[in-house]
Design a protein around this ligand. Structure first.
Ligand SMILES: [Zn+2]
Length: 109
């Protein structure tokens, strides 16, 4: 397990070992801004793929950092909550808007 640190502006991503509990910032080596830490599940698009990067940026701005998002969250009569089916992260802006709307309760605040 690890993180990917990503600079959306430079479209650059680096693998990071897991470093929990640290709020250390990793400045981007190109622009010097702090990089965004994303789940290791994040697959960076090609540098030239504007649409996909636009989608990534949109999702992050809306609190989706490529952590698991569940299609269904149910609480049964015993008060036990179950999480079912991971949702797939969209790779185009149209699907991303739907995704954000549908799963906004699961967004990171
Ligand atoms: Zn940068």
């Amino acid at each position: 397990m690890g993180y990917k640190s990503v600079c959306i502006d430079c479209r650059k991503s680096l693998n990071r070992p897991l470093d929990t509990g640290s709020d250390r910032l990793y400045p981007c080596s190109l622009c010097g801004k702090p990089m965004t830490l994303l789940s290791h599940r994040f697959r960076p698009p090609k540098k030239t793929d504007d649409k996909k990067w636009e989608t990534v940026k949109y999702l992050i701005e809306n609190g989706f950092y490529y952590d698991h998002v569940y299609q269904k969250i149910e609480t049964n009569c015993n008060g036990v909550t179950s999480y079912q089916n991971y949702a797939t992260y969209p790779d185009n802006i149209r699907d991303a808007k739907e995704f954000v709307e549908k799963y906004k309760e699961q967004a990171r605040k």
